[in-house]
Design a protein around this ligand. Structure first.
Ligand code: ADP
Ligand code: MG
Length: 583
């Protein structure tokens, strides 16, 4: 244990006599600060209300949300952006459960976060005697996170926080649960002993070097490739090995495809980007190098129609998690280690005269790219009113091109699928979206944390349905005066807004909302700027103004209610009845 807790200034607890004392509240705050954690995303209440106050009084930034799920999403994306676990602080039972969705989502996405929840009295909970908000939170959290800990004594807070931090960021990052029963906060101890109990985590995410034999194997496979492809995933973006990745891609000359949150790791207008020729690149490639990307559903599990001839492809995979290898298909050359170290080893191993990929492969991709770009361009310029998804996104694409520092947050169905392809991203970690689960509701939490952690302007492009999950957090954006511009793609419903009740009854169809809802007034209600936009010009002008002013803004972008498609691009995952009446 380290005694060099310089930032950990324990307080004298008032009315406790001469000896300087500290307590559980201060020890939690000191333990976090000692480890460079200075922001907490929270919803205050019993028993952590005074922890929120103490943290603010001790100089931490405490960002209060209206619902724990959004505080949790904020914490998780803060972890992704900074490689330091984001902290979400909640009350017991219901607050804890509200935060748990975000914790599970963080674990699934490999984002480091720590859900810290107050809990009720252990003795009563364990005997099931009916305490206020009684729940065995530790047991419930455990299957949804990477690690779960409970601290029962104030003198163990330092070690508990240290274990939580290391578990969250080392190896494959993920969510960690830290259970703090309410009693612990008021526990008092000698201030110096308290200071000495704190632990500074040294080298929380140690480098993990790949074995030289694994590097040679990977290079052999790449060397034999006729149609090589690199797929960059959000693990690569998370790793913050941006320069090393660029060097590998450029030296190898291999075309690359970014997964959605890896867009911008190399700019989408990079000559080697195969983004606009995605299907061809996946299907026709013979060797694929995966860098921090899993062969899960988002990549059709590495097999099937999208991947061409069965068995014709060989995979090289870089991942920090050994058991990720062969999860879906055989990996010819597994490269286990951290991305920075693995990528650097590959680049070095390529030596001075690495052969560039065959010209016919590069030409084939280039031709398909140009053809697809041309096909798309008319749709992006369409000025019809009401706007459709493509035309509205065309306007936003131009805005982001002018303002590459903007961080894009994106959720929805059609709004998500089409924006992913249309809006180019130019910088690493500047696109944040629904991730591995495709979860709706990340919008306002991600936006708030992105603004807070980076100080950059945020543009949230969200479907009207997606927005509904976190809409109340516009109050949070206004309260903290965050530079977030929310564009709600309002097509009156889920997928489309024009469905009707097949029986003609008074109830609307389950997928539609109030027609022409005025979402912008929600932002106005809390002092932000609201704009109702029906044309591309109005939309672009309003976004530019919002990003210039830095004021929280909500633009209600009116989209043709007939424009969407069912489930966006994942209609194949949406079972449909052949028997029921639909209209
Ligand atoms: P995407 O959805 O973009 O394909 P995934 O979340 O599926 O990305 O994959 C990310 C992968 O990156 C995970 O398998 C994770 O283990 C890995 N990963 C995360 N951080 C690192 C790192 N620093 N070094 C190596 N691999 C990492
Ligand atoms: Mg909609």
């Amino acid at each position: 244990m380290s005694a060099t807790a310089s930032s950990a200034d324990a307080q004298t607890v008032e009315g406790q006599g001469q000896e300087p004392l500290t307590d559980g509240f201060h020890l939690v705050v000191d333990a976090l600060k000692l480890n460079g954690i200075n922001t907490i995303y929270a919803v205050p209440g019993i028993p952590i209300t005074d922890l929120c106050r103490t943290a603010q009084a001790e100089g931490m930034r405490v960002v209060s949300f209206r619902h724990e799920q959004h505080a949790g999403y904020a914490a998780s994306i803060a972890g992704y952006l900074t490689k330091t676990p984001g902290i979400c602080l909640t009350v017991s039972a219901p607050g804890f459960l509200n935060g748990l969705t975000a914790l599970a989502n963080a674990t699934t996405n490999c984002f480091p976060m720590i859900l810290v929840s107050g809990s009720s009295e252990r003795e009563i909970v364990d005997l099931q005697q009916g305490d206020y908000e009684e729940m065995d939170q530790l047991a419930i959290a455990r299957p949804h996170c990477k690690a779960a800990f409970r601290v029962l004594h104030a003198e163990d807070i330092g070690i508990g926080v240290a274990r939580a931090i290391r578990a969250a960021v080392s190896g494959r990052p993920g969510g960690v649960y830290l259970d703090l029963p309410g009693k612990i906060f008021a526990q008092v101890m000698d201030a110096e002993a308290g200071r000495n109990s704190l632990v500074k985590v040294i080298d929380p995410a140690p480098a993990q070097l790949p074995a030289p034999s694994a590097v040679s194997r990977a290079l052999e496979v790449l060397k034999g490739a006729k149609r090589p492809l690199i797929i960059l995933g959000k693990g690569a973006a998370y790793a913050q090995a941006d320069e090393a990745i660029r060097e590998l891609v450029e030296k190898s000359g291999i075309p690359f495809l970014p997964m959605s949150m890896a867009k911008g790791l190399l700019p989408d207008n990079h000559p080697q980007s195969a983004g606009a020729a995605r299907s061809l690149a996946l299907k026709e490639s013979d060797v694929v190098l995966l860098v921090g990307a899993r062969l899960n559903w988002l990549l059709s599990h590495g097999k099937g129609k999208a991947w061409g001839e069965p068995g014709a492809k060989r995979f090289v995979q870089i991942d920090i998690e050994p058991t990720e290898m062969d999860s879906n298909v055989e990996i010819a050359a597994p490269l286990v280690g951290d991305i920075g170290s693995c990528v650097t080893a590959l680049t070095q191993g390529m030596g001075g005269n690495w052969a560039q990929p065959p010209a016919d492969w590069i030409d084939a991709i280039e031709q398909r790219k140009q053809a697809n770009i041309e096909k798309m361009s008319a749709r992006l310029m369409n000025n019809s009113v009401p706007m459709d998804f493509n035309s509205a996104l065309g306007a936003l694409r131009a805005v982001v091109k002018e303002r590459p520092d903007t961080i894009l947050v994106n959720e929805g169905a059609n709004t998500l699928d089409l924006a992913r392809g249309i809006i180019d991203i130019y910088k690493p970690r500047h696109r944040l979206d629904v991730g591995t689960w495709g979860v709706m509701g990340i919008g306002m939490g991600f936006s708030a944390a992105a603004a807070i952690e980076t100080g950059k302007p945020v543009l949230a492009v969200v479907g009207d349905s997606a927005f509904g999950f976190s809409g109340m957090e516009v109050e949070t954006l206004c309260r903290y005066n965050l530079p977030v511009c929310v564009v709600v793609f309002n097509n009156n419903g889920i997928y489309r807004g024009n469905e009707t009740n097949p029986l003609g009854g008074a109830d609307p169809a389950p997928l539609v909302f109030v027609k022409d809802a005025r979402y912008e007034k929600m932002m106005e209600a809390f002092g932000g700027v609201g704009v109702y936009a029906t044309t591309r010009d109005e939309l672009a002008r309003a976004v530019n103004e919002a990003l210039d002013s830095g004021r929280p803004t909500l633009i209600n972008a009116v989209i043709d209610e007939a424009a969407g498609t069912e489930s966006g691009r994942i209609g194949n995952l949406n079972p449909q009845s052949a028997l029921s009446k639909k209209k």
